[in-house]
Design a protein around this ligand. Structure first.
Ligand SMILES: Cc1cc2nc3c(=O)[nH]c(=O)nc-3n(C[C@H](O)[C@H](O)[C@H](O)COP(=O)(O)OP(=O)(O)OC[C@H]3O[C@@H](n4cnc5c(N)ncnc54)[C@H](O)[C@@H]3O)c2cc1C
Length: 406
């Protein structure tokens, strides 16, 4: 939609083929229905939040940065607001207003919109020994197939996540069919399934201000993939929440090696400080059993789990707890270790990692190097970023960078 507006504005005659009954079905569910449409920061910050192939996006981000996107929406009548972490939302808190703004801009620039039209193939032609894009084969709502010829074709079909929104990976297949390299795809920004059974007991528990470190093994050495402080929660299958989603963006780097996370439940305290704190709490609860003496330190649901992990008898009087037992408790609280069995699937993944290889694409025009006239933009490309409006910024920036060469 953004590419169509920009190209129409530049004087091109543009047609959008959308297989759904309406435009922007994924956009509608973004930001929990509020659409975190970008992150109001400098290009360097945008780059830092891109996990895969940030350098490829350098030109696109400089060509269309977060402020350009905000200006576009504001000039087209959408009031915006910036929240915690520079996250930008429509002031109305309705993603539908972002879609409406784009639709109005498309209408104003006389872009032809063909809903219920599924592109099934990219057409190419041979011009002086060079293959180039010639148009598309589309299937309409009645199942009729027709060939439509164009000077250029821009593929903006998204990735593989939340396929009910229309992103079923068609663009990846078009690329493969044309002999273009597509890197391995994985669900990303996605919850982790955890091997330890006690996670199920903790279902519904959310933790704030904890640190999460995600590790793998490389050449038999421990390798840190991700570390940050924030929020997470336990679910019936494992763990989720902002820290976990971000960690998942780096888990692909483990390349099949085991992945585990360590949670520091008390990052503000050193081991010694935490031990002192436990001693003080135990002192105030001399005649209590261990299971009843940790209420000030841990959420209720976590207490039996931590006591069991530290191998302490929960019915033991606190004054009988040994130094070794206390040390084990401190160590469990500073390093709660969970082994990752896998990630959840595409139906729960905010984005797809992997896609059309950036080696195939000219970063200054988004045109494929091998097939002039064919362009790829947005999530179909092998680029992905953390949460915070960065993935949509990638979509807007790559869209605005399409430069038709013919
Ligand atoms: C639950 C959820 C929340 C998210 N929240 C945010 C957020 O707040 N901020 C953020 O930055 N990012 C967010 N994202 C990520 C963001 O939505 C995507 O990265 C972005 O939408 C990608 O844009 P795109 O145009 O490349 O693809 P999409 O938005 O997936 O659009 C692709 C379109 O192409 C159509 N299509 C596909 N194949 C064909 C075909 N063969 N013929 C015709 N049409 C076709 C689809 O129907 C679809 O409408 C979220 C994602 C999810 C799943």
């Amino acid at each position: 939609m953004y590419a169509a507006v920009m190209l129409a504005q530049a004087g091109h005659s543009v047609t959008i083929y959308e297989k759904n009954e309406k435009l922007g079905k994924k956009l509608f569910i973004t930001g929990k229905g509020r659409c975190n449409l970008t992150n109001n920061c400098e290009v360097e910050e945008l780059m830092k939040h891109v996990v895969t192939n940030p350098k490829f996006l350098y030109s696109a981000f400089y060509n269309c940065n977060a402020q350009d996107v905000m200006q576009f929406f504001e000039q087209n009548g959408l009031e915006l607001k910036t929240e915690r972490g520079n996250r930008v939302f429509p002031a109305s808190d309705h993603s539908s207003d972002v879609i409406k703004t784009l639709e109005q801009a498309l209408k104003k620039r006389k872009v032809t919109i063909c809903l219920y039209h599924t592109v099934t193939k990219i057409l190419t032609e041979q011009v002086q020994n060079q293959m180039r894009a010639a148009g598309v084969s589309v299937k309409d709502a009645d199942g009729h197939q027709k060939l439509e010829y164009f000077d250029a074709v821009v593929v903006a079909t998204g990735g593989l996540s939340y396929e009910r929104t229309g992103s079923t990976g068609d663009g990846l297949q078009f690329a493969r069919d044309l002999g273009l390299q597509v890197t391995e795809c994985l669900p990303s920004l996605v919850p982790f399934e955890i091997k330890e059974d006690f996670c199920r007991e903790l279902m519904g528990l959310s933790l704030r201000n904890v640190t999460l470190s995600c590790y793998t093994k490389k050449k038999n050495k421990e390798k840190l993939l991700y570390h940050d402080q924030g929020e997470m929660l336990f679910t019936h299958f494992g763990i989720s929440g902002p820290l976990v989603l971000s960690a998942s963006a780096y888990a692909g780097k483990a390349k099949g090696e085991p992945v585990w996370v360590e949670i520091d439940l008390k990052p503000a305290l050193t081991m010694e400080q935490l031990d002192d704190r436990i001693l003080r709490d135990f002192d105030a609860a001399k005649n209590k059993q261990v299971r009843n003496a940790l209420d000030d330190l841990l959420p209720k649901k976590l207490i039996p789990v931590m006591i069991e992990l530290a191998e302490i008898d929960p019915f033991k009087q606190v004054n009988a707890v040994t130094r070794e037992e206390r040390e084990r408790l401190v160590s469990c609280m500073k390093k709660l270790t969970l082994h990752v069995a896998g990630t959840r699937g595409y139906e729960e993944a905010i984005i797809t990692k992997g896609g059309v290889s950036v080696k195939e694409i000219n970063p200054k025009t988004m045109e494929t190097k091998q097939i002039p006239g064919l362009y790829f933009i947005g999530e179909v490309l092998d680029v992905d970023a953390l949460t915070g409006g960065f993935n949509l910024q990638i979509a807007w920036s790559t869209a605005a960078t399409v430069l038709l060469t013919q």
